[in-house]
Design a protein around this ligand. Structure first.
Ligand SMILES: *[C@@H]1O[C@H](CO)[C@@H](O)[C@H](O)[C@H]1NC(C)=O
Ligand SMILES: *[C@@H]1O[C@H](CO)[C@@H](O)[C@H](O)[C@H]1NC(C)=O
Ligand SMILES: [Zn+2]
Length: 588
């Protein structure tokens, strides 16, 4: 319908400038140009004017329709919220960008000798992308990223469900609990780490994990809001007098949790006792590692010690589903593939592909659960940001590169760089002599990383700079597989959004701000998050904790310390490229 105008305009551009301008003018004013007009019959003129008026009308109608439709789409954002009982499972693939999928897909196809169209389960459920920047930086951290999901607001890097003005913001989990839903958190990192913390705690700085542990089991103004927690991070719950503690004080948070009614499990046998979720008493606290649960690439050989993400996810879904059987409200569960991010920070492609495969497996189990369960439900999966600036390409030499990367190298790698480093540092603690160190290194890059062509320079670096071993081991694997990384930190890449149903997650189809993911969560559950924000803010910063002490419960606001990156990072270029600062101990 819009064609006539377009074609007339195009035709005009083929004539001289004057002629073009004159015609353009005519199009706008409706007056026909006189200059180069050939002699015409009256009828021809009338017909031409008629055609022109028709074209103008048709174009106007098209424009008006387009404006109306666009307005509808941007203002009303229809959320197909079901009327009755419903479950919401929110999955977070921490640090997984689009390239992680390409990397893992090709690795899987290589390992299993599959054709190119045998994709990941995730691939079939892509619905959109999320823009991830925070209020303080174009590159977010996990805390600001998860605050966008939990509160639906942008905040500064490091914020655990706190607003830029250091006031707490209510979370979708808190509001869900208040509305009568059951709630759960499943992670492979510390349960006190930024992503899970943002759903059930409020602190000014993500490093306050002792405080976060207290809040997550209910020692904060809202009381207990989480019914089920499975993951790692035991050390923040143990008093500092106990072996394996990393708390600064002597509070026993596990004892406190038990007083609040929590069942507590801390081992594989304890996990097995949950019988895939059929033998769970809520509330439940399951902490299966002192800090993080090992990377899947290492854990798969230690399944007698640590449960997998998929096992924990299935246990949680079964337990929460059973517990809400007779309720008119369902559950809200957050499941995080936490350590995709760590493999990105470590620039370790072999660890990463196994993390993503573990996530894809849990994702598949969630789809199966939703398919079978009687209660209506939806799963939405996204990342808080990309980590590592990952590229499935790497130019190793100055000559023009071939187009390829080698998944077979990752296939030969049996351990994470983190694990080989851990073993190396343990070996060094026995103070071996230099030749023994060298032969240990040669043997273990072969055994752990599948590398039998280590260069002398690589061995020398490992022997002389053992503190850089995590990076050196990972770099040896990356170079050989021709996988590239642009940073050990995060990047500003847009990340994918996946869902169990495009229809149920319709408001998230397309490209969205990460806060819109948060908006979707609260709207789907139909819960009042802003009421929780008002309540928290009304209660103020002082809180009398379980010990009877009045505490500044959200901790001190972060200092404007450049080294810690709390300040606004927008548009302050300071010739950073000239600085060659290097960390002394680049631990991951
Ligand atoms: C353990 O915590 C208490 C305070 O709760 C503190 O006085 C003590 O110094 C801490 N001990 C260690 C070894 O950090
Ligand atoms: C993987 O390891 C095997 C056995 O050591 C070796 O023959 C093969 O070349 C390796 N593949 C790659 C891609 O490094
Ligand atoms: Zn993150």
């Amino acid at each position: 319908m819009a064609r006539p105008l377009f074609e007339q305009r195009r035709a005009s551009s083929e004539h001289t400038n004057d002629r073009g301008l004159a015609e353009e003018d005519a199009l706008l004013t409706g007056e026909h140009t006189q200059k180069f007009e050939p002699p015409q019959s009256k009828w021809k003129k009338i017909r031409e004017v008629g055609l022109f008026v028709w074209a103008l009308l048709a174009t106007t109608i098209v424009i008006i329709l387009a404006v109306v439709v666009q307005k509808e789409r941007t203002t009303s954002a229809p959320s197909p919220v079901p009327d009755g009982k419903r479950n919401l499972i929110f999955m977070v693939s921490d640090g997984m960008g689009p390239t992680s999928l390409s990397l893992t897909r090709s690795f899987k196809q290589y390992e299993q000798a599959e054709p190119f169209d045998n994709t990941l389960m995730l691939d079939g459920h892509l619905i959109g992308q999320s823009r991830t920047r925070s209020s303080s930086s174009l590159i977010t951290d996990s805390a600001a990223g998860a605050t966008a999901f939990s509160c639906g607001h942008k905040s500064y890097n490091g914020a655990i469900s706190m607003l830029p003005d250091h006031q707490p913001c209510g979370t979708v989990l808190e509001a869900a609990k208040r509305a009568g839903y059951m709630t759960g958190l499943v992670v492979t990192t510390r349960i006190t780490d930024a992503t899970p913390a943002c759903f059930a705690a409020h602190v000014n700085m993500r490093s306050e994990e002792d405080r976060i542990a207290e809040q997550m089991v209910g020692d904060y103004p809202l009381g207990r809001v989480v019914d089920l927690m499975l993951g790692g991070g035991r050390c923040h719950f143990l008093p500092n007098s106990t072996e394996g503690s990393c708390r600064d004080d002597d509070r026993d948070i596990i004892a406190y949790a038990k007083e609040q009614g929590f069942d507590y499990v801390d081992s594989r046998s304890g996990f097995d006792g949950l019988k895939e979720g059929t033998a769970v008493n809520l509330p439940l606290l399951g902490l299966f590692a002192r800090t993080d649960i090992p990377y899947e690439i290492d854990r798969r050989n230690e399944a007698d010690i640590y449960p997998s993400l998929d096992e924990m996810a299935r246990t949680a879904m079964k337990a929460l589903s059973d517990a809400t059987r007779d309720s008119d409200k369902g559950f809200f569960l957050m499941i995080e593939g936490s350590r995709i991010d760590h493999a990105g920070h470590a620039n370790d492609p072999a660890a990463q592909v196994h993390e993503v495969l573990a996530y894809d497996k849990a994702f598949t189990s969630v789809l199966e659960f939703l398919e079978k369960d009687d209660t209506e439900g939806v799963m939405v999966s996204t990342s808080d940001h990309e980590t590592g600036g990952l590229a499935t390409a790497r130019q190793l030499h100055s000559t023009y590169p071939e187009y390829l990367w080698y998944p077979g190298v990752l296939s030969n790698t049996s351990h994470s760089a983190e694990r080989v480093t851990h073993n190396y540092h343990s070996f060094l603690s026995g103070q071996p002599k230099k030749p023994a160190i060298e032969s240990w290194v040669r043997e273990n890059v072969k055994k752990g990383l599948g590398i039998d062509d280590a260069a002398d320079s690589e061995i020398k670096s490992l022997v002389e700079k053992p503190e850089l071993a995590p990076y050196t081991f990972a770099d040896m694997v990356s170079r050989r597989s021709q996988i590239g990384w642009s940073t050990h930190g995060h990047s500003a890449a847009d990340v994918n959004i996946f869902a169990s149903s495009r229809k149920a997650a319709a408001p998230l189809v397309g490209n969205h701000e990460n806060t819109e993911v948060g908006d979707f969560l609260r709207r789907y559950l139909d819960v009042d998050v802003e009421a929780i924000t008002k309540e928290l803010q009304a209660k103020g910063t002082s809180f009398v904790n379980a010990l009877g002490q009045a505490v500044d419960w959200m901790g001190a606001p972060p200092s404007q310390d450049k080294e810690h990156g709390w300040e606004d990072h927008l548009d302050h270029y300071q010739h950073d490229f000239k600085k060659h600062k290097r960390c002394e101990v680049c631990g991951v």
